[in-house]
Design a binder for this molecule. Structure first.
Ligand code: FAD
Length: 469
């Protein structure tokens, strides 16, 4: 009973996907989880935040209906309690779904906090408890938690993380968001839709700094148009909680010191890997200086200790800190442990999305990255409003494609605008399959759609542009 083939520690997207695939391949799997299966993504990340952003879109739609389309609609108010109830119902049903999948697959979920006791052994304490020895391997999938800055201690009320923001008693009238990565931008966008005064402070010289510079530019423009005060190249000097809010000082990109007051300060400065209590040393492992568990073999995501693998947010870059990257990692590790051939994760072909308004979605290399890697490139960019459906939406946005010069491989696709989170699926195949613009240009896009703009950019790069030369 206590000698399964595989022990997975952590039941988030990385851990449960490993467990499901390993069980499907006939392995006996124990999955140790100290909280709820589904992990960050399901309970505090992707799903609740996207549910809230859907509600935000509906709110924005009321304003658009009134202002652009003559629909005599007004917004009364947003009932936060009702919004939270719908959000939590979606999370709850998904949670039940994951539990059922694991049960049906025959994965033994062991409740409790797990720690390594050797290179093949694990002790689970609290909950169900027990000592286990893995016949084939152990998978570390303990994920991450919100990071903060020195001197900035979240109190869950006025200084909050993305975790706390979900469980706040109500919607704030003003928010200072610290961090212009995907999580910070999404929360800035959500609160703005809900009527809050929002300031977004990012230390790098542009928000979503890992994306193509044109993505940052269009996203900044879109957020500013919606009234978000975007401060890139700015640093938080200090912040103190005062009565009903936070008073902060920010050094702006121009070198001025600005005093800001907000009901809430949302700290979204990144996430830190979770390894406390795991006792990596007992198996002869250690983290790197940033706290990540670094694989010795990236093709198998295997650590320096044979048989111990790692997936999800515990991995450093080029892994991406994204749920869908962790699904791919889980599949790879499970198949490796089952002795089934499995291709390494192609991180360059994993899409990256920010679900704000406007949205951003991209895959592959930015123009600057492509040039820095020595590629000679052809680049074509087109505003979404150049196609009829983009005009209907009236939210701006763009399509940018970076390809090897002279009709070579497509290296990167970068989208900003409405629904681009759904539109990127086509481009991930283009990049993942090393396709050339002419390969895509052979295929017709439906008219009128937003993805027509993607098709048009590929047509142009293939020398067959219809609406742009
Ligand atoms: C606000 C927010 C929004 C996000 N939105 C998106 C998005 O839209 N799309 C996307 O792809 N990604 C998104 N992410 C990122 C995504 O949530 C993570 O990449 C993903 O959850 C990582 O999965 P994981 O399995 O590595 O870790 P986690 O999901 O963190 O799971 C780790 C699990 O391990 C358990 N655990 C830890 N230590 C132990 C132990 N010693 N013993 C037993 N159990 C243990 C924890 O309880 C937890 O359940 C978002 C994250 C946040 C915070």
């Amino acid at each position: 009973m206590n000698t399964p083939d595989v022990i997975v520690i952590g039941g988030g997207t990385g851990g449960y996907s490993t467990a499901l695939r390993a069980a499907a391949l006939g392995l006996d799997v124990v999955l140790a989880e100290r909280d709820k299966v589904g992990g960050t993504c399901l309970h505090r990340g992707c799903i609740p935040s996207k549910a809230m952003l859907h509600a935000a879109e509906l709110v924005d739609g009321i304003a658009e209906a009134r202002e652009r389309w003559g629909v005599k609609a007004t917004l009364d108010s947003v009932d936060w309690t009702a919004l939270v109830a719908t959000r939590d119902d979606i999370v709850g049903r998904n949670h039940k779904g994951v539990e059922a999948h694991l049960r049906h697959a025959g994965v033994r979920v062991v409740r409790g906090s797990a720690r390594l006791t050797g290179p093949r052994s694990v002790r689970v304490e609290g909950g169900d408890g027990g000592d286990f020895t893995a016949r084939r391997g152990i998978v570390l999938a303990t994920g991450s938690r919100p990071r903060t800055l020195p001197g900035l201690t979240p109190d869950g009320r006025h200084v909050v993380t993305s975790d706390d923001a979900l469980f706040a008693p109500g919607l704030p009238a003003s928010v200072l968001v610290l961090g212009g990565g995907a999580i910070g931008v999404e929360y800035a966008s959500f609160h703005r839709s809900m009527g809050a005064e929002v300031t977004l402070v990012e230390a790098a010289d542009r928000i979503v700094p890992l994306e193509d510079a044109d993505v940052s530019r269009h996203l900044t423009r879109g957020l500013k148009k919606r009234g978000v005060d975007v401060q890139a190249g700015a640093r938080l000097l200090d912040a103190e909680v005062l009565g009903g809010g936070v008073r902060a000082r920010v050094r702006t990109a121009r070198g001025e010191t600005r005093a800001l007051e907000a009901e809430r300060l949302l700290v979204a400065v990144g996430r830190a890997p979770v390894t406390d209590g795991l006792d990596l040393a007992a198996a002869g492992l250690a983290t790197d200086e940033r706290g990540f568990v670094v694989p010795a073999d990236w093709d198998r995501l295997e650590t320096a200790v044979p048989g111990i693998h790692v997936v999800g947010d515990l991995l450093p870059p080029p892994s991406l800190g994204l749920a869908h990257a962790s699904f791919a990692e889980g599949l790879l590790v499970a198949e490796t442990l089952a002795g089934v051939a499995s291709a390494p994760v192609d991180y360059a072909a994993v899409p990256r999305v920010t679900y704000s308004s406007p949205q951003t979605a991209s895959v592959g290399l930015s123009e600057a990255e492509a040039r820095a890697r020595g590629h000679e490139v052809d680049v074509n960019t087109m505003p979404l409003t150049a196609v009829a459906k983009g005009m209907v939406h009236g939210q701006g946005g763009m399509v940018k494609v970076v390809a090897e010069a002279g009709g070579g491989r497509v290296l990167g696709v970068h989208l900003v605008g409405p629904h681009v989170s759904e539109m990127i699926a086509e481009s991930q195949l283009v990049v993942g399959w090393d396709a050339e613009p002419a390969d895509v240009a052979r295929h017709v896009h439906a008219h009128p759609t937003l993805s027509e703009a993607v098709g048009e950019v590929f047509l142009t790069l293939a020398g067959r542009g219809l609406h742009q030369q």
